[in-house]
Design a protein around this ligand. Structure first.
Ligand SMILES: [Fe+2]
Length: 291
């Protein structure tokens, strides 16, 4: 096992997290070397401030990344692509460049002249990934520019910060059976995907090993918050997703959110949930956990 610093993730955990992560399976990241060089990490997380609560309508318990972003030098994985093993889907994030025929379909959507032909787009996506059912097409979702994080609890009308999706409402011990998602940036500005590089099953194992009763927090976002409170020096990764690029992520097993903080125009993204696997040969695989 290598240390946090060898893994290249910014910030040394001083709260015992490093030892806890030693036994956790790694989180794999697939991308080109150029894209991997643009990924940043921060030193940990913090509870939202009163000023942010007032300005952006955050939930009082929302947790955000710290702002000390620096380049994350991820460690290259020189073994078979984890995407070759479908049971690793819950442990993989990928950043992909959409093929030309998909970009040609995206262009009119971006200009607002036409609605997307989702069937054609899904077919064109076959160049970069396979999607097996059940497939749920969320369509084009838009977010305002300038927000630190985008996800809102529409019942409470509050921004929730770093969270774990709960579309499938799977029991926490069966989360790895949940679908993942592909999310294409169909807008004009680079958007940001944020994630904590450890899957929720490992989060639960670490909390249980620390003697923390996880039954009191059955919902995945509550578990994620419990974990980040206990280990506030766990870094968050920050992935720029350019227009015409897509990420695949297991958002039902990953603490994550997106950010439009640095965008100057409305964020448009197309999300499809299903069992999405990146096709081989689209870059290198990096390890961004602490193994
Ligand atoms: Fe989410």
């Amino acid at each position: 096992m290598s240390s946090l610093s060898e893994a290249g993730v910014a910030g040394m955990a001083t709260d015992g997290a490093e030892a806890a992560f030693g036994a956790a399976p790694p989180l794999y990241f697939l991308s080109s070397a150029t894209d991997a060089g643009r990924i940043e990490a921060c030193s940990g997380t913090r509870t939202v401030s009163d000023a942010e609560r007032a300005q952006f309508s955050y939930d009082a318990n929302a947790i955000l990344p710290r702002d000390d972003w620096r380049k994350a030098a991820l460690r290259k994985w020189d073994h078979p692509e984890p995407w070759a093993f479908s049971d690793q889907r819950f442990n993989c994030v990928a950043l992909l460049h959409c093929p030309d025929r998909l970009l040609r379909l995206i262009a009119p959507i971006r200009s607002g002249r036409t609605r997307p032909d989702l069937e054609l787009m899904q077919d064109a996506m076959g160049d970069i990934c396979t999607i097996q059912g059940p497939v749920h097409i969320h369509g084009i979702i838009h977010n305002a520019p300038g927000d630190p994080t985008v996800t809102i609890d529409h019942h409470a009308k509050r921004r929730i910060g770093l969270h774990v999706d709960n579309w499938d409402k799977q029991n926490i011990d069966k989360r790895r059976l949940s679908p993942n998602r592909i999310c294409i940036n169909v807008g004009e500005c680079t958007r940001i995907f944020l994630f904590v590089p450890i899957e929720i099953g490992s989060v639960v194992s670490i909390l249980r090993a620390a003697g923390i009763d996880v039954r009191a927090s059955p919902r995945p976002t509550a578990l994620g918050r419990l974990f980040l409170h206990r280990y506030p020096n766990v870094p968050v990764l920050r992935v720029p997703v350019d227009p015409g690029c897509a990420y695949i992520a297991p958002t039902e097993t990953l603490i994550h959110d997106a950010s439009t903080a640095q965008m100057t125009k409305v964020d448009y993204q197309l999300t499809i949930r299903g069992y999405v696997d990146a096709r081989a040969g689209q870059g290198d695989v990096y390890v961004c956990a602490f193994a």
